[in-house]
Design a binder for this molecule. Structure first.
Ligand SMILES: [Zn+2]
Length: 151
């Protein structure tokens, strides 16, 4: 739809400082160049009604809030039920004396329940031997398969 001079249009009036009925003075196609306020008679550039703009902004904000808050409950519940290496490590090493941890070496045997000290990963506890030369170790921030019994 295009506007022609004399068409009525809702617009924001800078003089009235409110939305009011206006008349299009000059329009080029879809673009309204100037309008006249029917309330106070002021002629000015066309400004979209604030009510509509505000409603659109509120709707946009509401949508944004909905979409950004939607995944949160899911991630919260996932986090609450998830067993992270940190929680597993804390459970497994509860009451253990980290001073007894043996320095990790690929040459050593690793047996379930052994406490080891790795130069990079820190204190770890062996949770399972997966084969003769591999063992699962839970460190404070990660779970890893470590080699052992290498000659
Ligand atoms: Zn006005």
């Amino acid at each position: 739809m295009s506007y022609v001079s004399g068409s009525p249009i809702d617009a924001y009036c800078m003089a009235c400082k409110r939305d009011s009925n206006h008349v299009v003075l000059e329009a080029v196609g879809l673009q309204i160049r100037s309008v006249r306020c029917e309330r106070c008679g002021a002629e000015d550039a066309y400004r979209a009604p604030r009510a509509k703009t505000k409603a659109a902004l509120l709707e946009f904000a509401a949508q944004k809030k909905r979409t950004s808050s939607a995944p949160k409950p899911a991630s919260r519940s996932r986090k609450a039920s998830a067993r992270t290496p940190r929680t597993i490590f804390a459970e497994l090493t509860d009451g253990m004396d980290f001073d007894t941890a043996l320095p990790y070496s690929a040459k050593n045997a690793l047996n379930e329940g052994d406490l080891i000290r790795h130069p990079i990963f820190g204190i770890g506890i062996v949770t399972a031997r997966t084969d003769f030369q591999k063992a699962k170790v839970v460190f404070e921030t990660s779970e890893r398969v470590m080699v052992c019994n290498r000659q």
